[in-house]
Design a binder for this molecule. Structure first.
Ligand SMILES: [Zn+2]
Length: 289
């Protein structure tokens, strides 16, 4: 072994050891916070995708599960809000780890409902705990009747992934969009898991048509919003797509398009996960026609 290589291995090991506690501490100071939407319905935020919980007589339903590391805090919050009820149903809006990571820790013994694509993708992930796999799946629509509360699950055409659903709380006029909405920021479109820019935009447009001015919209990420907020997101996507299509029509390479940027108007949508550069690259490769 060359001395230089040994040194770099030692350095790498030290870096790894230093990084480990940082990773463990990532959730330490995160609190689960609720936003009341109706007497029996709350949006919950913490680390990862926003959740929703519905309390209906003896039933307790949760939409999305964040990360396993958040499970104890989520359980404590559910107990505080629901008066000691136990979770009876968990719904997953889609396959991503920041929405399904807590499945096993929260709902190993209760029904877990998701799009069938979520089950097939998670089943192929050998790291994913088997007890956290969805038990009830569907491909189009599923309606739950929980003590006079109607919860409708609509499967959407491929957009963020190929297994996205939106969850409607009909009496409260509230909808959980999953990651078909990143409120106020560039969206992540997971083309590696069946998502597409065209599908994402088409879904956003068709969902807007199902909202009224009073509907409360829970985004996968960001703040609680409404029809106008979803429209702003659609407007941003259409405007930035047009910019990037213009660059392509002018013969620019991807890197030249990134260099040109999207202009001042869209800077506030940039965030650490989907930077302006990443969003431009997503749009550059969009299959739109
Ligand atoms: Zn996602």
């Amino acid at each position: 072994m060359q001395p230089g290589l040994k040194l770099s291995l030692t350095t790498a090991l030290l870096l790894l050891l230093a990084a480990a506690p940082l990773q463990a501490d990532r959730f330490k100071d995160v609190q689960v916070e609720e936003t009341k939407l109706a007497d029996n319905l709350y949006m919950l935020s913490g680390a990862g995708g926003n959740m929703a919980t519905l309390i209906a007589a003896d039933k307790l339903l949760l939409v999305d599960a964040q990360y396993a590391e958040m499970a104890d805090k989520i359980k404590a919050k559910l107990k505080q809000l629901s008066g000691q009820r136990s979770l009876t149903t968990l719904i997953n809006t889609h396959v991503h780890g920041d929405h399904v990571g807590g499945n096993s820790a929260l709902a190993a013994d209760v029904d877990i409902i998701a799009h069938s694509k979520v089950l097939s993708r998670l089943s192929q992930d050998t790291e994913f705990p088997r007890s956290g796999l969805p038990k009830t799946t569907f491909n189009e629509q599923l309606t739950l009747h929980l003590n006079n509360q109607t919860v409708r699950l609509d499967a959407m055409p491929a957009g963020h992934t190929d297994g996205d659903i939106v969850v409607w709380f009909e009496q409260a006029n509230v909808v959980h969009f999953g990651d078909l909405l990143f409120e106020g920021r560039f969206p992540f479109i997971d083309t590696g898991r069946g998502g597409s820019v065209k599908g994402y935009i088409d879904n956003t447009r068709s969902l807007i048509g199902m909202l009224n001015d009073q509907t409360k919209v829970i985004p996968g990420h960001g703040q609680l919003t409404d029809k106008a907020g979803v429209q702003r997101s659609l407007d941003m996507m259409l405007a930035t797509l047009a910019i990037v299509q213009g660059y392509k029509a002018a013969g620019m390479t991807e890197q030249q398009a990134v260099g040109q940027g999207l202009g001042e108007q869209w800077q506030s949508w940039h965030w650490n996960f989907i930077t302006e550069e990443r969003w431009i690259k997503t749009l550059y490769h969009a299959d739109i026609n």
